[in-house]
Design a protein around this ligand. Structure first.
Ligand SMILES: *Cc1c(COP(=O)(O)O)cnc(C)c1O
Length: 369
């Protein structure tokens, strides 16, 4: 099976450095909020082009702690997309606010900025755009709407580390940018991990307190917080990996271009669209195909580890049943959910593997397999 991604190949290249870093932490006796955490925060802020970064235990925590830090909760509405991983709206639910789903752009799969304003009510407090598959959202339009309506923007950049919109890194546009270091992300650790980046010092301090039981001073607690710290072992691993991210992202981009080339003679396979003046980092390489469910099964039968991100749009998930949203009120989302399929994509995938993936998919959509 050609895997959707393969962490072992990355480990084969930099395993020695990772092992050295982990052993150093184990020997140090300092396991939580130590020097690696602090250094990694500084390195991530520099990488993203923000003043501050605060490490947390997951991308999900980054999203919900961002909402907490902005005092968004009961009675508030947050505009986002239903074409994303559930963590985006789970975070909204955790703080007691209500997700409001906007249309997506059919080509980029991201929130359609033209469809946001009609959804704004006096209860709207924030917009959460999601840079899905590593494709940047149209941040100038989204920031413009937010400014005019006095809303916060919390970017879900969990799939977008290193991607850029008009020369600026995603995550650095909004009040907060949220990152995940789940093992399969473009910068993945060997467990869970997450990060918030921001430019506001007061918000930084609030997040620092919230992640550690709601107090800045040990054993003095000002509010209900959470236990959401990035441990030293994960921070040390991520510090070894961060300097490679641009190289890995460039390899993904080159692999995406090779796929584009391989599918150039096949109209049945719609390849990903890139917006003008963006840098896409191809967390996923997602195509649209006819008869997707059958094609998906056949791909797997023929040894290609394709995946569906995501099989059910969020407004149709049981967890959101209480919102009573009619399925076809989000037609683009529903239609795209039925045709998308993600192909194996990681920096180390070989040309031969990509050729096999493309040959198999072309044969299937042409009815030859
Ligand atoms: C991975 C992911 C998250 C959640 O990150 P975790 O670290 O797994 O909690 C949130 N949003 C999106 C779009 C993601 O892909």
């Amino acid at each position: 099976m050609i895997p959707i991604m393969d962490s072992k190949r990355q480990y084969a290249k930099i395993g020695d450095k990772l092992e050295e870093a982990v052993v150093e932490v184990m020997r140090s006796g300092s396991y939580i909020l130590g020097k690696n955490n602090k250094a990694f925060e500084e390195e991530m802020a520099a990488y993203c082009g923000t003043k501050y970064a605060v490490a947390l235990n997951s991308g999900t925590d980054a999203l919900h702690v961002a909402l907490r830090a902005l005092d968004i909760g009961k009675g508030d509405e947050v505009i986002t997309t239903a074409f994303t991983f559930v963590a985006t709206t789970e975070a909204i639910g955790i703080v007691g606010a209500k997700p409001v789903f906007a249309y997506i752009d059919k080509d980029t799969f991201n929130i359609d900025p033209e469809k946001i304003e009609a959804l704004i009510t006096p209860n709207t407090k924030a917009i959460i755009p999601v840079h899905l598959y590593g494709q940047p959202c149209e941040m100038d339009k989204i920031m413009d709407i937010a400014k005019r309506h006095n809303l916060h923007v919390i970017e879900d950049a969990c799939q977008g580390i290193g991607s850029e919109y008009k020369g600026q890194k995603v995550g650095s546009f909004g009040t907060f940018g949220c990152f995940s270091f789940y093992p399969t992300k473009n910068l993945g650790t060997m467990g869970d991990g997450g990060m918030l980046v921001m430019n506001d010092e007061k918000l930084r301090d609030r997040v620092v307190a919230l992640r550690n039981h709601g107090g800045a001073v040990r054993y003095y607690h000002d509010e209900i917080g959470v236990n959401s710290r990035l441990d030293e072992i994960q921070a040390a691993i991520l510090r070894v990996k961060l300097p490679y991210v641009d190289e890995w992202n460039a390899a993904r981009k080159a692999n995406a271009e090779y796929y584009n080339e391989l599918f150039a003679d096949c109209d049945e396979v719609e390849t990903p669209v890139e917006l003008h003046d963006t840098k896409c980092i191809y967390h996923q390489y997602t195509v649209k195909v006819p008869n997707r469910d059958q094609v998906f099964d056949k791909m797997r039968e023929n040894g290609v580890g394709v995946m569906l991100y995501y099989p059910v749009p969020l407004h149709m998930q049981k967890v959101h049943k209480y919102l009573n949203i009619p399925e076809m009120s989000l037609p683009n989302t529903v239609e795209d959910t039925k045709v998308v399929m993600s192909l194996p994509m990681f920096p180390e995938i070989t040309k031969e593997e990509q050729e096999t993936v493309a040959k198999t998919l072309k044969a299937i959509v042409r009815g030859e397999l």
